[in-house]
Design a protein. Structure first.
Length: 73
């Protein structure tokens, strides 16, 4: 289970000469503080919804709880 979900752009190197850029990505960090998975807007799960949408929704719900329900974004 993810302990932290970060939304943004990240970079990774394929090799010494090439860097890949991933924009609008959810980076899921587990309790051991390692990246457990990354989700892009076009990642799908078996029920037809996007894993991205589900994870983003969970992230927003977590923010609401931490702020005592005053988060509207």
């Amino acid at each position: 289970m993810e302990n932290l979900v970060i939304y943004g752009t990240y970079y990774t190197s394929k090799d010494i000469n090439e860097v890949e850029v991933y924009q609008d990505t959810l980076i899921c960090i587990d309790q051991s503080r390692t990246i457990s998975r990354t989700l892009s807007p076009d990642d799908n799960v078996s029920d037809g919804t996007t894993g991205y949408s589900k994870c983003l929704c969970c992230r927003e719900e977590s923010i609401r709880k931490r702020l005592g329900g005053c988060f509207n974004g």
